[in-house]
Design a protein around this ligand. Structure first.
Ligand SMILES: [Zn+2]
Length: 479
């Protein structure tokens, strides 16, 4: 039997507010353990939480960017469970009246656009962090708790079960991350846990409507893990069903090292948590004016930006999607093009040499030695024909290493392209005279021989001869 995959994702994203959601403690990542704490986030008796207004604003921003309906009246609830990283023994979250409902985002997979529904977005607090001795829970003798993360604001963004493949799940998460970065509510560093993903996955026979029994996969902490974990789970569940078995509703953990999912516990139901309204916090009332004020301050979002680059500059959709994949890159592109250089040329460089150097150096765009103005300087020389494409690569390398302007490097190293016909003809004639065999080969129809001759000319001019002119003149002089 053929099965269809049904996936819904639950994404937790830490908001980049300076202070925690219900107290004034710092949210800084990497502080000394248990230093960013106070009686409120430690859940000591008698304390009263106060909601951080910035969290509501960030939640509204995310809700608008994800096309959600914002509830004018929402409230906090207590989700009760016992775990050492949760000092209050309940998590302050939102249950039946979350801040936002009914949104969507569009993802592109294999050239096809798919709309994935977003069920809800709610605000909640993060728990602390258990540090296991020996580095892992399996062989640990004891665990220590760091409460610095307790009370760091989170948004939980829950998708509809609209995702149909592991690849689509990855595309959804990537798109969501891009949007959250664009609107500047989270730094979305998966390696630091500020973006985390759990997946609900089930299978059903193709062309049937009822959902199969789902498993929840936890610990999908990279884009690769989301894809690999789901691919594994599709195979596992298919095998269970084909052997006539039943998929059990349970929570499973992705084991990155082994490349498998492992059963953790049977899945909890909402009623297991005994949710009840949080009596220490007033409901969250959001006015239409507030929503409109936040909307006015939203930046241009990735889809709109991609569309604009295609319309304004005629960029192909592939280029536009790569350039807008991060806000930093899109800003860099706009800043470079605003210097008057060609947009397609800029996109080519950003996707090519620039991206290569960025990846190799492992640095963020903000810290690159080649600024938009400097890159535009290089591209302008290339556009004017002052330097050849090959030389431009060399100059770029030098710019990256020294931080110097392209113009200065070209001057200092005498890299100006030779486009003077008489000068090139002299060299062409010399090379023709010195290589009679190659000339004869070319005349006999061996097209490859011309490559050798061009190479000789480039060698003599240290790559500075205008390649188009060299090709043209060489062919003219031989025939
Ligand atoms: Zn605190």
């Amino acid at each position: 039997m053929q099965y269809e995959t049904v996936v819904g994702l639950e994404v937790h994203t830490e908001l980049k507010t300076h202070s925690k959601i219900f107290c004034g403690c710092s949210t800084r990542f990497g502080s000394e353990q248990n230093t960013n704490v106070c009686p409120v986030c430690l859940g000591l008796p008698g304390v009263m939480p106060v909601l951080n207004e910035k969290v509501v604003e960030f939640a509204i921003r995310a809700a608008l960017a994800l096309n959600c309906r914002i509830l004018p009246f929402s409230k906090f609830d207590r989700k009760n469970y016992y775990y050492p990283d949760l000092p209050k023994n309940y998590q302050t979250s939102q249950y039946d009246l979350p801040i936002a409902l009914d949104g969507y985002l569009d993802v592109e997979v294999n050239g096809e656009t798919r709309r994935i529904g977003i069920t809800r977005i709610h605000m909640e607090e993060d728990a602390g962090k258990l540090v296991h001795s020996g580095g892992g829970i399996a062989h640990s003798e004891y665990a220590l708790v760091d409460y610095n993360r307790t009370g760091v604001p989170l948004l939980e963004i829950v998708s509809e079960p609209d995702i149909r493949s592991a690849e689509e799940a990855k595309a959804y998460l990537e798109k969501l991350k891009t949007i959250l970065e664009y609107i500047d509510v989270s730094d979305c560093k998966m390696e630091e846990g500020s973006l985390r993903c759990d997946a609900n996955i089930s299978l059903r026979p193709v062309d049937t409507i009822p959902f199969g029994t789902k498993a929840e996969i936890k610990n999908l902490n990279s884009f690769r893990a989301v894809q690999k974990g789901l691919e594994y789970e599709i195979i596992r569940q298919t095998e269970v069903l084909e052997e006539g078995g039943r998929v059990i509703q349970e929570t499973r953990s992705w084991d990155e090292a082994k490349g498998i999912t492992i059963s953790m516990r049977s899945k909890e139901q909402a009623h297991d948590y005994r949710y009840f309204p949080e009596p220490d916090l007033v409901p969250v009332v959001v006015s239409q004016e507030k929503i409109e004020a936040v909307r006015r301050n939203l930046p241009e979002l990735p889809d709109a930006r991609q569309k604009r680059l295609m319309e304004q500059y005629g960029l192909p959709s592939y280029d536009a999607s790569i350039v807008t994949a991060s806000r930093a890159m899109a800003d860099f592109f706009d800043a470079t093009v605003s210097q008057g250089v060609d947009a397609k040329l800029t996109a080519n460089w950003l996707m090519g040499d620039f991206a290569k150097h960025l990846n190799a150096a492992g640095i963020d765009l903000e810290n690159t030695p080649v600024t938009p103005v400097k890159l535009a300087g290089l591209l302008a020389l290339l556009q004017k024909g002052t330097i050849s494409g090959k030389i431009a690569k060399t100059v770029f390398e030098e710019m990256w290493n020294s931080g110097k302007d392209a113009g200065i490097i070209v001057q200092e190293q005498g890299l100006v392209q030779i486009s003077n016909e008489a000068e090139i003809i002299a060299i062409v004639d010399g090379v023709i005279a010195a290589n009679p065999q190659s000339v004869a080969d070319f005349k006999a129809g061996k097209e490859r021989a011309i490559g050798f001759l061009v190479g000789q000319i480039m060698k003599q001019t240290k790559g500075r001869a205008n390649p188009e002119l060299v090709n043209k003149l060489l062919r003219e002089r031989i025939s």
